[in-house]
Write a protein that binds this ligand. Sequence first.
Ligand code: FAQ
Length: 311
Amino acid sequence: AEQVRTERFEAVIAAEQRIEPRDWMPDAYRATLVRQIAQHAHSEIIGMQPEGNWLTRAPSLRRKAILLAKAQDEAGHGLYLYAAAETLGVDRAELTEKLVSGRQKYSSIFNYPTLTFADVGVIGWLVDGAAICNQVPLCRCSYGPYARAMVRICKEESFHQRQGYELLMTMMRGTEGQRRMVQDAVDRWWWPSLMMFGPPDGDSPNTARSMAWRIKRHTNDELRQRFVDMSVPQAEHLGVTLPDPALSWNEERGSWDFGEPDWSELKRVIQGDGPCNAQRVDRRRQAHEDGAWVREAALAYAAKRRAEAAR
Ligand code: FAQ
């Protein structure tokens, strides 16, 4: 029976069909999905903090309304992703507990500080740009609920990226000081954005298996290259310099050559020792504790409704 189930599972994957929550799946496939989807959900939720830092100091009502809408979208993405994870038999409360106790990860990128309003634009341009590059292929992930959540998330991320780019274009048309702020933000966010794609392929323990299962469709390095190729002409159009002296067009490959990110920095940040890790997790824990009364009230209300219905 075990072999028949495994063969059926593999046939569905090979035929580019979707595995759905009620289908049998290998334990390791389920565990990989829970790991990746939970990390992704946590990233969306923690990812509200760096930009949230500028909500009360946005330079105009228009910028504030845009930023507020973006942060709300990210909360929504976190919720669809937690819901997708729950179809695999885990509980959202348990995932949140693992996040605040440091037992589950979230993207390294959200452990860097946002020092000026230009950072808001650069997060939209580069961080959302990298997120889109990574996530568009996930719309074809073999697990149905994750793939479907990605479709809507990618549409919203595309809008986020464009608002970031538009913000930066506006600043670049402004004063010399504003142009300097944009360049400084690009200098600080470029390398961390490249690290969002994960360790280099030779040092990525999960890639081969996730690709065989068609959860991932490309390796970390393939997507990183795609992101560099996409970003270089955008940087040129914007009028900023990417902080990598090794960037050069490779005619033969039809791609940009680029320098090596500092992988020891990525390791440190993933292990909890980035500039803002402690603050990000503390704030998430505090928000979760502050929300306890809402959860209690919702449960009490649901219990009351059930009791009334049973009467
Ligand atoms: N940060 O073997 P691999 C967003 C971990 S976008 C932290 O290569 P895998 C939108 C990895 O988990 C950001 N940890 O792993 C937004 C693994 O550890 P584990 C979220 C990282 O899974 C924009 C170990 O290193 N997007 O939020 C990182 O095959 C603006 C070995 O790595 C996603 O999560 C990292 N950068 O490939 C929101 C996309 N890289 O779990 C607000 C979905 C690697 O074994 C504002 N995820 N690690 O203990 C993925 O595509 C994959 O999970 C990768 C990693 C590509 C991130």
